[in-house]
Design a protein around this ligand. Structure first.
Ligand SMILES: [Zn+2]
Length: 145
């Protein structure tokens, strides 16, 4: 069985090589759907009896990861010349999160999926599906095979 919890965060980015308006600095109100899969706990008296995973536990895993992105500039790391200069970036590291790939919805989703899967390691639950909406009409989805 799977359970899904929804999250929201806001972030800025730019796609410096893109042949379109996404080349310019702008932001999105991202919507994230995280789906966790596994068997339903049946243990009598267990705190998670009847659940795949307590939604509070899902929050404990996902919220710190969302907090890394929320109200930050999501960067590959080579965008500084397009912004305010390397000195500004170095002086204000709290403004940025570097994911090491161009900050498309696909690559932000890949970073989120890898980070959440790492946090789930050691549990008997797994990330079954994750969808990131960049706009109401544009999204990317990763699913376990
Ligand atoms: Zn964008």
């Amino acid at each position: 069985m799977v359970i899904t919890r929804e999250y929201h965060f806001s972030a800025a980015h730019l796609l410096p090589n893109h042949d379109g308006q996404c080349r310019r600095l702008h932001g999105h109100n991202y919507r994230l759907l995280v789906t966790i899969g596994g068997p339903v706990y049946v243990g009598d008296g267990d705190t998670e009896e009847g659940m795949v995973m307590d939604f509070v536990q899902v929050d404990n895993i996902v919220r710190p990861i969302i907090d890394e992105l929320d109200h930050r500039f999501i960067a590959k790391g080579d965008e500084w010349p397009y912004l305010l200069g390397q000195e500004y970036a170095a002086a204000t590291p709290d403004n940025f999160v570097v994911i090491g790939a161009r900050s498309t919805v696909e690559n932000i989703l890949t970073w989120l999926a890898a980070t959440i899967r790492l946090s789930l390691r050691g549990t008997d639950r797994e990330l079954a599906r994750i969808t990131l909406y960049e706009t109401e009409r544009n999204s990317a989805t990763w699913e376990i095979q």
